[in-house]
Design a protein around this ligand. Structure first.
Ligand code: URA
Length: 224
């Protein structure tokens, strides 16, 4: 643990500090958002859920009015409505999801993180930002000693997950509904691919709630 120079709070080792400066563009955007909306979280968004979970969900990056505002992944935007409803249906979350980190919702044997911890302009992180943030994703995965399955939401999260695991991208192409077996040597992981549960993907019919449910139904057959 190390102390944050701003808040005095402790930041776990391997986590970005509130004022992480690894990405100049994301830092500048964060500062703009802090000026415009001082009551918002406006900082890297930590993972949600316990380290002992067997399932990890990897999203892309915080939404500006969602996780960047509330400080909890997928909390406060459309993507979260679909994700948390689906997790509850398959027993990976319990309680009431009210789009607020104080809603008391708890994840069950599940943890949620993002490939990029800071909100990017237009929801589009640059490749250099994916690379800069990857050590935090690696830490998230290595500290999960019971990890068995990962759900990657979208191709970018899928690729960042593979890179974090040191797996070859060409050996594991992104296909919605696919399940890849990744052999890390010391452990074997199953990587489940899903289209991202964004409003855009659901509005355009790329991902229907039933398609999303089918991914988690499949995960559930593995994590029993
Ligand atoms: N909110 C997140 O935290 N991550 C996403 O990928 C989308 C919305």
């Amino acid at each position: 643990m190390r102390a944050s120079s701003i808040t005095g709070n402790t930041i776990p080792a391997g986590e970005p500090g509130r004022n992480c400066a690894l990405c100049s563009r994301l830092k500048a955007y964060r500062e703009e958002n802090r000026q415009a909306e001082p009551s918002w979280h406006n900082a890297p968004v930590p993972s949600f859920g316990g380290k002992n979970a067997r399932l990890l969900i990897v999203g892309l990056a915080p939404g500006v009015r969602g996780a960047n505002r509330t400080g909890r992944p997928f909390t406060g935007d459309y993507a979260g409505d679909l994700l948390y409803a689906t997790l509850k249906e398959y027993g990976f979350a319990q309680g009431n999801y009210a789009a607020d980190p104080k809603d008391g919702l708890e994840l069950a044997d599940c943890r949620i993180t993002n490939a990029v911890r800071c909100v990017p302009p237009q929801n589009k992180p640059l490749p250099i930002e994916m690379t800069a943030c990857r050590p935090f994703l690696q830490t998230t995965m290595t500290e999960m000693k019971n990890l068995q399955a990962i759900v990657a939401l979208g191709r970018i999260a899928h690729e960042s997950t593979l890179r974090s695991l040191g797996a070859k991208l060409s050996a594991f192409p992104f296909v919605h509904g696919a399940v890849h077996e990744i052999d890390e040597g010391a452990r074997k992981l199953k990587l489940f691919d899903s289209y991202h549960c964004s409003r855009y993907n659901t509005n355009t019919g790329v991902l229907t709630p039933d398609m999303f449910r089918a991914v988690f139904a499949n995960v559930r057959t593995m994590i029993i």
